[in-house]
Design a protein around this ligand. Structure first.
Ligand code: SF4
Ligand code: FES
Length: 219
């Protein structure tokens, strides 16, 4: 039986192609892809291979390791699951190795950008993606949100029904009301209110710009 620690995914002899083979489908599930600047991607991955040779794992080239393996897990590449909110706001990971899939030219997002805070607009759809009366689930960081279109406008509210956490984005629209698919509680998508006392769901500001739909969240 191997003495190798099971957590390690990459070992001596790993190539850039090996890294890409694992990382690309992994980050795609989170809404990211490699930066469009392949030269920049090669430079970052080559740094990661040097770090792998030195430390035994693909720690982030743009973060400082603490030396505590438990803490440093959060900066093993791809570290996106640990920093969903920050990266959604930046539209890239810190280093810029990965960019959100809706970013066309990643070269404008290269290099280390530090954490941001405050309200940020996160692109969630194109205007033509939804017709009136349609709802869809979107994920921003840890937030599950129902994006809906009603009377030509877009609205965003928590996807979790206050009754028993039914997925509102799978519900049914009637005018400005969204009915939960499980037991039919109806929410006004304009303010998240229901007929049930103390059961308002959170709403989020929605901005439409140049045919794209953005939800504003605090990070
Ligand atoms: S910031 Fe980017 S390059 Fe650095 S570990 Fe995270 S995903 Fe990898
Ligand atoms: S879970 Fe939504 S109405 Fe019951």
């Amino acid at each position: 039986m191997s003495d190798a620690p099971v957590r390690r995914r990459f070992f001596a002899g790993t190539t850039e192609d090996d890294l890409k083979e694992f990382m690309v489908p992994f980050v795609a599930r989170l809404g990211y892809r490699l930066n469009t600047d392949s030269g920049f991607v090669d430079a970052v991955l080559s740094s990661e291979l040097e770090i792998l040779a030195e430390t035994g794992d693909v720690y982030c080239p743009c973060r400082i390791r603490t030396g505590d393996p438990k803490a440093d897990v959060a900066i093993i590449c791809p570290c996106i699951p640990f920093h969903l909110d920050e990266f959604a706001a930046l539209r890239k990971c810190w280093c810029g190795l990965f960019i959100r899939t809706d970013v066309e030219d990643g070269s404008s997002l290269e290099g280390v950008i530090e954490e941001t805070s405050g309200p940020v607009d996160v692109r969630v759809a194109a205007v033509g993606d939804l017709v009136d009366g349609q709802a869809r689930h979107v994920k921003i960081g840890k937030r599950d949100i129902a994006l809906v279109r009603a009377a030509g406008e877009f609205f965003a509210l928590s996807d979790l029904c206050r009754h028993a956490f039914g997925p509102l984005s799978q519900g049914f629209m009637e005018g400005y009301h969204l009915a939960c698919p499980w037991h039919g509680w109806r929410y006004d998508v304009r303010d998240g209110s229901t007929d049930h006392p103390d059961s308002v769901v959170r709403t989020y500001p929605v901005v439409v710009r140049d045919g794209e739909v953005f939800i504003t969240v605090e990070v």
